[in-house]
Write a protein that binds this ligand. Structure first.
Ligand SMILES: Cc1cc2nc3c(=O)[nH]c(=O)nc-3n(C[C@H](O)[C@H](O)[C@H](O)COP(=O)(O)O)c2cc1C
Length: 210
């Protein structure tokens, strides 16, 4: 048996669809709490997939600022590839994999840009070195000289003045229209529970074959 399946022990099994709560919020909160309690490394590191207007997909890892049924929050540059994708095609898919617990989450939905004050607060929450690096880096532009960027970031951090959010850096919120819980099982019949939100906001849930 592979290590990732052995790691599943200790997690309560996913409920059958008939016994699952109508709303995925409680289960999602319980999973995030368990990941944090059990010391999963980088529990909020997630893969974000976007698509260009031509339907060309791309994905990358992000560190989420929040992960709940109400919203998956992250911050990035509007000028980056993902930022341009989201401006043109404001839908995305987020995947989280917790190897230590053999759990996977998939959240799909529309993406909205946070207000300026909420984006400011998100930016202010980042460590000083990350804020300085974000200010000096034009994400996705071709790199000419790393030493120049490093010197700018160091002098910004050393100045000790508050580092304001760059004009093209924003918070984003994916509002899930579907959430899938996947739990690895030693019998290989991995468990899946998929929630879907209707236009009116009500959730429905069903089990899926692995
Ligand atoms: C663990 C981890 C966390 C990251 N967090 C962020 C983040 O919060 N925001 C961000 O813009 N890029 C983050 N990145 C970098 C992205 O993966 C990516 O390189 C960058 O955003 C450019 O992506 P794009 O060209 O697809 O827009 C992170 C990378 C890793 C490995």
């Amino acid at each position: 048996m592979s290590d990732f399946l052995l790691g599943a022990s200790g997690m309560p099994p996913l409920p059958a669809a008939s016994e699952a709560t109508r709303d995925p919020g409680d289960l999602l909160r319980a999973w995030v709490a368990e990941a944090e309690r059990s010391g999963v490394r980088e529990a909020l590191a997630a893969t974000l997939a976007t698509a260009s207007p031509e339907g060309i997909p791309s994905s990358r890892t992000l560190r989420l600022a929040a992960l709940s049924a109400d919203g998956v929050v992250f911050g990035t540059s509007a000028a980056s590839r993902k930022g341009r994708d989201l401006a043109a095609n404001p839908v995305a898919s987020v995947t989280v994999y917790w190897r230590e617990l053999a759990l996977q989450l998939r959240l799909d939905g529309g993406v909205e840009v946070l207000e300026a004050d909420a984006s400011d607060a998100l930016f202010a929450d980042r460590p000083p070195a990350a804020r300085a690096a974000t200010v000096v880096s034009e994400q996705d532009a071709a790199l000419d000289d790393l030493a120049v960027l490093r010197a700018r970031a160091e002098s910004l951090a050393a100045a000790g003045a508050p580092i304001a959010r760059p004009a093209d850096w924003w918070g984003y919120r994916l509002v899930p229209s579907s959430i899938e819980f996947w739990q690895g099982s030693p019998d290989r019949l991995h468990r899946r529970l998929r929630y879907e939100r209707a236009d009116g906001g009500a959730w429905s849930v069903r089990g899926l074959q692995p």
